[in-house]
Design a protein around this ligand. Structure first.
Ligand SMILES: Cc1ncc(C[n+]2csc(CCOP(=O)(O)OP(=O)(O)O)c2C)c(N)n1
Ligand SMILES: [Mg+2]
Length: 142
């Protein structure tokens, strides 16, 4: 929010967007409480909600199912929509990629949520890594 305010002060009329994970968003959710005398940022918060820490699915310990989920996955089940409502912030849920551009348009402080799946994302990353490795091997092998 501070960066968005500074950005707007330096570049009047410019827009600000932030892409943030659900855990990071929950950690700083109290930042949505803005006093009546305080400036409100013109900021669109896009929350990629995979109900926990997706980045940790790419680490070795992801192989330890039960303990991994408790210690690293840390699913919380919190509702981004209800948090937005609690702070009176406009909220949009994006269900198709094609809806994103319209959802992030507009002005003022607002929240756009996209729900994703940690396991599916880790599997996709794995397939992309394998494809990249194959391409490099093909390029360098005689
Ligand atoms: C200020 C700070 N605190 C803690 C961390 C450690 N950390 C790295 S990723 C992460 C959680 C990421 O989860 P989320 O925000 O849901 O994003 P995802 O990986 O699911 O996309 C944490 C706590 C950090 N990098 N920086
Ligand atoms: Mg997450």
């Amino acid at each position: 929010a501070g960066a968005a305010l500074a950005h707007a002060a330096a570049h009047p009329g410019a827009q600000a967007f932030a892409l943030i994970g659900d855990l990071a968003f929950l950690h700083d959710a109290a930042g949505l409480a803005i006093g009546p005398a305080e400036p409100r940022p013109d900021l669109c918060l896009v929350v990629a909600n995979n109900d926990g820490g997706g980045i940790f699915e790419t680490l070795e310990q992801a192989a330890f199912d039960g303990v991994f989920e408790r210690l690293f996955g840390t699913p919380h089940g919190a509702s981004v929509e209800q948090l937005a409502a609690a702070f009176g912030v406009p909220y949009t849920l994006v269900e198709q990629a094609g809806e994103l551009a319209k959802a992030v348009s507009g002005t003022g402080l607002r929240i756009v949520e996209a729900r994703t799946d940690r396991a599916a994302n880790a599997a996709l990353r794995g397939r992309m890594r394998a494809a990249a490795t194959q391409a490099v091997v093909r390029a360098v092998s005689p």
